[in-house]
Design a protein around this ligand. Sequence first.
Ligand code: COA
Length: 183
Amino acid sequence: MVLETDRLFIRRFCPEDWSDMYDYLSQEQVVKYEPYNVLSKEECKQLAIARSDNKAFWAVCLKVNNKLIGNVYFQQQKPEEFLTWEIGYVFNPTYYKKGYATEACKRVMKYGFENLGVHRIIGKCNPENTSSWRLLERLMMRKEGYFKKIAFFSKSDNGQPIWHDCYQYAILDEEFLSDSIER
Ligand SMILES: CC(C)(COP(=O)(O)OP(=O)(O)OC[C@H]1O[C@@H](n2cnc3c(N)ncnc32)[C@H](O)[C@@H]1OP(=O)(O)O)[C@@H](O)C(=O)NCCC(=O)NCCS
């Protein structure tokens, strides 16, 4: 299964992707808002194997040279009958500010709405993560919630949760598809 855009191929992961994954998942600035820390080469090798078997993760590659520059996460939420999926994304900083993340997410969303019968797509991010909510807004998603201290990914030295806030965005099938000429 390969999705295509003007500049990108969006495909399933394979074990050989570990090296391109290490290029960005080894950087502090990339994992700052993720529920994991920077990854070692060995951890990237294991992750590439795991993602090869996980349909929720899409590898985003440049058409010009096949370089893997990031990933899009697209996972159905429960209960399944509500037909709601969550989108997420992590890209290599060398390729920021060129519109690649927007291009990849739009294509995965189009695939979801047109081929998987998706009704609603949600996206979540920490309000401090400006690049992330700006991306969700470029994707024409609507901010539907601002959850205060809803979760934590780590604890302080004395064992207290480090709570963070969360914005939640969403877009419906009819909203996305009615705007399909522009997309
Ligand atoms: C979130 C993330 C993917 C956003 O990356 P990004 O580079 O800002 O997003 P895009 O690739 O879509 O690029 C959009 C930018 O490129 C600019 N751009 C340049 N050429 C463009 C083109 N041809 N088409 C569209 N936009 C273009 C846009 O104007 C926009 O810039 P702006 O934000 O200053 O307005 C990235 O910051 C990231 O991976 N962060 C680390 C992981 C993370 O935090 N993930 C989210 C957890 S919730």
